[in-house]
Design a protein around this ligand. Structure first.
Ligand code: ATP
Length: 216
């Protein structure tokens, strides 16, 4: 089984990292692949560049063999579409190996706005992870899709290459990258919300408005 977990990771934090390890345990896989997405240049003024986000992920997962980074979306020019990434992976893995995409409820709630969303379950399983403060609106396209394709157990995911959606209640960790960026730009501490190595890099490079010489 190949598991990907996509996001902007701007910056990566302990909510992402803990969740990824919970998924490793729950699905009984060897690793989860973090897939940072490309951010169009007009948005980079508010966050870190693709290269900086990738570097922070590498620092965060250093020494943790169960977490890897897959930078294929950063290698592609232009916007990153999950359907393209999944198609590419399906081609590499062949038709039989289970492929799983992990998303938080907040991201899955707007699933019907993703490009080629109807085709995505043909390419991969989806694991929807609960996130503090977000629920799937009843009657929404995402919640109907979940009802149609619900997996009852993890073993359902092992029995087919794609097509099932599993709701996964992982422990809730109320950390967001937006909250981290806001705290940093407001001059507040974000220590313990993300790895120290990442925090140090943020300060060294003055990312998100951090003061390079300020003690974090
Ligand atoms: P931002 O605040 O900038 O939107 P974020 O913290 O939501 O960032 P993303 O990189 O956008 O992080 O998230 C990637 C994926 O991780 C999404 O599917 C999101 O739902 C999920 N996610 C992020 N933080 C958490 C968390 N604390 N608990 C559960 N899921 C999370």
């Amino acid at each position: 089984m190949h598991v990907i977990y996509g996001g902007t990771f701007d910056p990566i934090h302990h909510g992402h990292l803990r969740l990824a390890l919970e998924v490793v345990d729950a699905l009984q896989v060897e690793r989860v692949n973090l897939v940072p997405c490309h951010i169009p240049p007009h948005r980079s003024g508010t966050g870190a560049t693709s290269a900086q986000r990738l570097e922070m992920i590498c620092l965060a997962i250093e020494g943790e063999a169960r977490l890897c980074v897959d930078d294929r979306e950063l290698q592609r020019a232009g916007a990153s579409y999950t359907a393209d990434t999944l198609r590419q992976l399906r081609h590499e893995l062949g038709p039989h190996q289970p492929l799983v995409m992990v998303v938080g409820t907040d991201a899955f709630a707007s699933f019907d706005q993703w490009r080629e969303w109807r085709g995505i379950p043909e390419l991969a399983h989806i694991v929807v992870v609960s996130r503090p403060g977000s629920e799937l609106p009843e009657g929404s396209a995402a919640s109907c899709l979940l009802d149609e394709r619900r997996a009852e157990t993890v073993s359902d995911l092992w029995q087919a290459p794609a097509g099932k959606i599993l709701e996964f209640d992982s422990p809730l960790i109320d950390i967001s990258a937006t909250g981290i960026r806001q705290r940093i730009s407001g001059g507040h501490s974000v220590r313990y919300l993300l790895p120290d190595s990442v925090l140090q890099r943020i300060h060294e490079q003055g990312l998100y408005g951090a003061c390079p010489d300020r003690n974090f």
